[in-house]
Design a protein around this ligand. Sequence first.
Ligand code: GTP
Ligand code: MG
Length: 212
Amino acid sequence: MDTEEKHAAYIEAGRHLFAQTCTFLLGARDLEHLPQAGLPEIAFAGRSNVGKSSLINALTHRKTLARTSNTPGRTREVNFFDLSARLCLVDLPGYGYARVSRAQVKQWTGLVMAYLQGRPSLRRVCLLIDARRGFMTSDRAVMQTLDAAAVSYQIVVTKWDKVKPGRRAAVQSEIRACLVPHVAAHPEQIWTSSVTGEGMADLRAGLATLAN
Ligand code: GTP
Ligand code: MG
């Protein structure tokens, strides 16, 4: 196979996997209720409202599989989705959302961090960054935690449709520059829009390489 054929096969494997049935498995409010580790897991992490649940819906061609909202703080549990018994997609509650009680923030952050650091079946974290905001303090803290725990993560930039074509190269260089010190970050970033579908085929293909 030449390079072009290999790339086509790679994209096709992702398209095929994500065309399979995806079902909600369970939502866990605390560590005791996580499902038994089995399938390789891909977690979607990021600030509240960055577009985690929307991305899962776009990847799986579903409108309402993961619940989305205009109001930050929509996802409050760690939600597990089974993709054709080959991969488990994990929608995490967002961090960095101020309009809830401190006790609640502490509980969610504790749950998300404990999940990210101690899950044997976790194969990759997709760390979502809003294209219009770039890295914020809370994102850097999560990246440091992942670097320290040697959990492999990939930056998935969201809401790319909101960045005008003339600004895109500048945004890309800024994001790449911030990643230099982060050793556990995947060398490639994916630039996505859950609205236009941009970047979805590449992300599906990359994730399919981690599936059973
Ligand atoms: P929490 O569950 O609160 O942590 O939020 P979340 O990260 O799951 O965000 P969610 O998917 O609920 O999306 C938040 C808002 O952003 C919704 O109004 C979405 O319609 C919007 N949104 C998500 N992705 C995109 C995108 O790629 N482009 C645009 N324009 N809007 C998006
Ligand atoms: Mg959500």
